[in-house]
Design a protein around this ligand. Structure first.
Ligand code: ATP
Ligand code: MG
Length: 649
């Protein structure tokens, strides 16, 4: 693994909220020694209608956590109304539309009017506090309006990513028992139309649960409207006042349900509540990205994932930021799209995922060099372990070695970022998420014995030993599943499902999902390590590594690799040999791959994560029983891989 250390950049330290490692360590200790004091202080960054009585309560046996009990707060008020006296004319949202160069600026005052109108439409259609509203939209402003409208009246939103199939949407609507669905006639993404309304119609066919479908208008296309059920959102909002009272929500009242991306199995509807979640989202957004009022902030995730919830909508808006909503894809119309937006809007903070970075690195540096990117200061990444090679590319090429890269580790379940560098504080190492955020207590546990492993230079299962305000409170409608998934495996700890290594400096390296760890002749090997060794080779664009049954070693190492253009022609034997050697050199002889499978594509979730569960099956020649593949972006890839595997046998 890379041991390069990138020191904190002096100009970035200069303006940072926290400027020294000593200050970080002092606050970090305080946050663990006296969490009630610490989080009580941070929650003051929000506006409360009524103060809380206790900062934190827990019933560890029941796995019930509550933060800021007795406090009354509203997330919509905190993201909008409280800013109006001084920031009414500030741009809250820049909507970067699918067509390059088309931007809509929405001020905080506009935001308030639009949100209030949608809130009134929901109320008018019988939505009450506690009711669930499903939002099935692509990245248009109505998506944010509806989320904040729900928050305003105390309804619970469940955003379902606009790329999901009718079947996946149906499952999620039924699971959350949503009585209203908000969608659009069509979405636009990468120049293509997304048939949102048609998919909703199929999803709720014959279902009496959904009483009302509100349809935003994104394109000119007509869609069938079912009388008595379907309404055009613009026609309804036109009837409503632009004022709507904020409900005084209890701190522990639900804010939203969100389903995990489904990399590992049946998606879980995690429930987040109001006071703790918003405190955590706002506080992490401010410190991790070192947010200042003059920043233009661009998180390129989709709001259908938790990254979009916490770091496009709730965190930035609670901080009064200008946040970009991007409707298109990084490759439309060409791989220069992100950098064009950055130059057009003067973006200073940019946040994306390794999957996008790998695709853009593959397209070549000329696309980046075409743009100045001089406004950039902070570059974030989230979603998967970032290969050190890709990290360096992000730092050197995208950031011109001038910007700070923050590799942020967290989960839908955690509500916000947990392990991350702080721009003014933490020297970084490519591929490491570095150190815990305030109040976060990572514990590395021996997966076999469940005993915590102390000290540095150790690895195992990553757990968390202390509660924090942003954590999910339950799985919607299934508290037993919540308890069993996260709190029973290693009693006394929250189990993340990820593996991690704490290196000799106490830095954390996420080694991938613990279920993906390969055991070769008694050596435990994280898949991320082998993948990064492969990606470090010039021929390899992307790699996914899994274990498969091996008669001698127990498990063999099976590597799927995607080649860069220019390397896919002719006889590959020599290249395969070179790749095996590359891993042997980087990690050790025990890690030398048994199989290198040059693949045309990899199965990914719609959030762009590699689905190793499927790759494991194929590597083991188990072609049936792939489980739930409804969250796959391109299901055809699976058949292609099976064909390739069969041919090689
Ligand atoms: P499911 O739980 O349904 O399988 P998922 O885990 O992919 O889906 P998310 O909650 O969106 O759903 O993703 C969280 C996971 O993503 C983490 O547990 C971790 O495996 C991975 N991850 C996120 N950020 C990072 C990071 N910076 N470095 C390494 N891994 C990361
Ligand atoms: Mg997960």
């Amino acid at each position: 693994m890379s041991q390069d250390l990138f020191p904190v950049k002096p100009d970035i330290r200069e303006r940072a909220h926290i400027k020294t490692m000593e200050e970080y360590q002092r606050l970090y200790r305080l946050s663990l020694d006296n969490p009630e004091w610490f989080w009580g202080e941070q929650a003051k960054m929000l506006t409360w209608f009524h103060p809380w009585q206790s900062v934190f309560d827990a019933d560890y046996k029941e796995v019930d956590f509550s933060w800021f009990m007795g406090g009354r707060i509203n997330a919509s008020f905190n993201c909008i109304d409280r800013h109006l006296p001084h920031l009414g004319d500030k741009t809250a949202i820049i909507w970067a539309q699918d067509e390059p160069g088309v931007y809509t600026h929405i001020t905080y005052r506009d935001l308030k009017h639009n949100v209030a109108r949608v809130a009134n439409v929901l109320l008018h259609n019988g939505v009450k506090k506690g009711d669930r509203v499903c939002i099935y939209l692509t990245m248009i402003p109505e998506l944010v309006y509806t989320m904040l409208a729900c928050a305003r009246i105390g309804a619970v939103h469940s955003v379902v990513f606009g790329g999901f199939s009718a079947e996946s949407l149906r499952d999620r609507i039924v699971d959350a028992r949503c009585k209203v669905v908000v969608t659009a006639n069509e979405g636009l993404r990468g120049g293509k139309k997304v048939p949102l309304k048609r998919t909703v119609d199929r999803a709720i066919e014959g279902m009496s649960l959904v009483e009302c479908v509100l349809v935003a208008r994104r394109t000119d296309s007509e869609v069938p409207m079912q009388p008595g059920r379907d309404l055009w959102l613009d026609e309804e909002t036109a009837k409503q006042r632009s004022t709507c009272t904020n409900e005084w929500m209890g701190a522990e009242d639900p804010l939203f349900i969100l389903y995990t991306s489904g990399s590992t199995g049946k998606p879980k509807g995690l429930l987040h509540t109001t006071g703790g979640y918003l405190t955590y989202a706002a506080f992490t957004h401010k410190l991790v990205f070192d947010y200042h009022p003059e920043d233009i902030y661009f998180c390129a995730a989709d709001i259908g994932w938790v990254t979009g919830h916490s770091y496009i909508v709730y965190g930035p808006l609670a901080n009064g930021a200008t946040t970009v909503i991007f409707e298109s894809t990084p490759l439309y119309p060409d791989p220069g799209r992100y950098w064009q937006i950055i130059d057009d809007l003067g973006v200073s903070i940019f946040y994306t995922a390794p999957t996008a970075l790998r695709a853009l690195a593959q397209a070549g540096d000329d696309w980046i060099k075409k743009y100045s990117r001089k406004s950039l200061r902070i570059l974030g990444t989230v979603g998967e372990p970032i290969n050190p090679e890709v990290w360096r590319w992000y730092h050197d090429v995208v950031g011109d070695a001038r910007c700070t890269v923050v590799d942020t580790w967290w989960q839908t379940e955690t509500g916000g970022i947990l392990i991350t560098p702080l721009p003014g504080v933490t020297p970084t190492k490519p591929g490491s998420a570095t150190l815990p955020f305030f109040g976060v207590k990572p514990v590395i546990v021996d997966p076999a014995t469940g005993i915590p492993i102390e000290g540095n230079d150790v690895s195992g299962a990553l757990c968390l030993g202390a509660p924090w305000p942003g954590q999910a409170r339950t799985v919607h409608g299934d508290h037993k599943r919540f308890r069993e998934t996260y709190f029973t495996q290693y009693p006394g700890y929250y189990f993340t499902g990820d593996g991690a290594r704490r290196d000799e400096d106490g830095y954390y390296w996420i080694t991938g999902r613990i279920d993906d760890v390969i055991n070769v002749s008694g050596h435990r090997l994280g898949t991320a390590e082998v993948e990064s060794a492969l990606v470090a080779h010039e021929a390899v664009a992307e790699a996914a590594v899994v274990g498969y049954p091996h008669p001698i070693k127990g498990q063999g190492i099976y590597c799927y690799v995607l080649l860069n253009s220019g390397f896919s022609e002719g006889n590959q034997d020599q290249l395969i040999g070179a790749l095996k050697e590359q891993v042997r050199q980087a990690i050790g002889a025990f890690a030398a791959p048994d199989v290198i499978h040059i693949a045309a594509g990899l199965p990914k979730t719609r959030s762009g994560k590699i689905m190793r569960r499927i790759l494991r099956k194929i590597a083991s020649a188990e072609y049936d029983g792939m489980g739930d593949i409804s969250t796959l972006a391109e299901p055809d890839v699976v058949n292609k891989l099976i064909e390739e595997h069969q041919k090689s046998q």
